[in-house]
Unconditional design. Structure first.
Length: 106
């Protein structure tokens, strides 16, 4: 089976003025983390998908769990495009698992 790995990157800017806003912000961020997203920067999260169909499902899950206010954006890029990211200041960390190796412990 041929896989074309994709990255789904979610950007969000949510209000945190009221307690309800802060509750929605925390719930949205926790949902992203539980769904397997990794934080790239403050309010920028990324997840690896095996193909375009999986990336579409990930975006649909984000839409289903969107907060009531604020701005949430998602973009899908291929793994090749993602690997060409330039670091202008700073450097990337290698604590992100970006291989297709899987470990199953029963």
């Amino acid at each position: 089976m041929n896989y074309r790995y994709m990255r789904v990157i979610v950007f969000f800017d949510l209000p945190v003025l009221t307690e309800q806003n802060r509750r929605e912000y925390r719930a949205f961020r926790k949902m992203l983390i539980k769904s397997g997203f990794m934080m790239m920067q403050e309010s920028v999260y990324c997840k690896l998908a095996q193909n375009n169909s999986a990336a579409d499902a990930i975006v649909e899950n984000v839409k289903k769990n969107k907060p009531s206010n604020g701005l949430v954006q998602a973009i899908r890029v291929t793994e090749k495009q993602y690997s060409k990211m330039d670091f202008i200041v700073g450097q990337g960390t290698k604590d992100i698992l970006d291989t297709d190796e899987r470990l199953v412990i029963l």
